[in-house]
Design a binder for this molecule. Sequence first.
Ligand code: 5GP
Length: 144
Amino acid sequence: MDGSASYDSNNIFGKILRGEIPCHRVYEDDETLAFMDVMPQAAGHVLVIPKTPSRNLLDADPSVLARLMPVVQKIARAAKDAFEADGITVIQFNEPAAGQTVFHLHFHIIPRHEGQALRPHSGQMEDGDVLAANAEKIIGELGS
Ligand code: 5GP
């Protein structure tokens, strides 16, 4: 990593955490927020982020990761059930060269079905009603 790369709170997920822009939330606790990706690569694509400012995996404090990963697992299980998925892809990009476009640490959780390719990364915006309905499906599984 470029050693000069640091956290800039003026990123889109920082704004979501501060409530400056909306999101379709599926889960929140003191340390973590999970919400629907607005340009999903498959139905049910969720992003899980720590509330602690971290640019990506490379600068995150291990204690932040220790609190985040159980939530990644919890959301992955719920998304798999909610979408009757055959599997779950977890993706996490670090720095522009690796495909990172939003510089607040996040894990992508993407339900997968046999034979169905992923849609492009940061591709087409999904309809808000669809995102809301998909969020509800996952919330329903988290509650059960
Ligand atoms: P990455 O940084 O890992 O390349 O991807 C950032 C992800 O954030 C992309 O999948 C993109 O669709 C998603 N994204 C970008 N802007 C927004 C936004 O305003 N709200 C939400 N919920 N997701 C976003």
